[in-house]
Design a protein around this ligand. Structure first.
Ligand SMILES: N[C@@H](CCC(=O)N[C@@H](CS)C(=O)NCC(=O)O)C(=O)O
Length: 203
């Protein structure tokens, strides 16, 4: 199994952490999205949406989309479960994974893409007002997530899941996006200290 990615980019990092948690045997191929390497005809044939990560199976089958890749690996290597077990827990993990991705990771990414000068050649047109609007959205979502973390050890309950992976990557992506993590979010801080100490967080 091979994953084509840009090392350090947030969505590839979600997959890397997931694979590390699974102990999955993966070969990584680095491609630099910052120099337009995803815009080539060769890469577009793998993913017409010109995004990483891309999973390439040994028979050449291609899968894209972070969560789809992780779901596939969960099916072929169920332990440890990262999408929950049982009907209710699976639904809860799905709910939080989507909440964190859509309401928090995406706004943080929009701030980065629309306000950071080094993204100007990739995000055309850059719309700074849109970047600023997303700063508030990201911070509102983080307050809601902090409340949830006041009620359970991990974001989707008492078990570490893909929702925590998405949250960890998004929280750490706040730094390049130049969004300050509010110090009063104490449940988030407690959770962050625990999750970033997992060996997979180094992925
Ligand atoms: N929905 C996709 C999003 C992937 C994505 O946005 N990847 C970014 C890196 S984190 C990318 O490839 N950006 C390339 C570009 O903006 O040109 C997924 O979950 O895999």
């Amino acid at each position: 199994m091979k994953i084509i990615e840009t090392n350090g980019a947030p969505n590839p990092r979600r997959v890397r952490i997931f694979m590390a948690e699974k102990g999955a045997d993966v070969v990584y191929e680095d491609i630099d999205l910052m120099v337009g390497a995803l815009k080539t005809a060769e890469f577009s044939a793998l993913n017409p949406f010109q995004r990483v990560p891309v999973l390439v199976l040994d028979d050449g089958t291609i899968l894209t989309e972070t969560v789809a890749i992780c779901r596939y690996v969960e099916e072929i290597q169920p332990e440890p479960p990262l999408f929950g077990t049982g009907a209710l827990e699976r639904a809860r993990v799905e709910m939080w994974q989507r909440r964190v991705e859509l309401n928090f990771l995406l706004p943080v990414a929009q701030v980065f893409r629309h306000l950071h000068p080094k993204m100007a050649h990739l995000e055309v047109p850059q719309v700074p007002d849109w970047g600023e609007a997303n700063r508030g959205r990201a911070l509102s979502a983080l307050t809601i997530i902090d409340d949830a973390l006041g009620q359970s050890r991990y974001v989707a309950g008492d078990t570490f899941s893909i929702a925590d992976i998405t949250l960890l990557v998004a929280v750490e992506f706040m730094k390049p996006a130049r969004i300050t993590r509010p110090a009063e979010l104490s449940h988030l801080a407690r959770w962050y200290d625990e999750v970033r100490a997992r060996p997979s967080a180094a992925a």
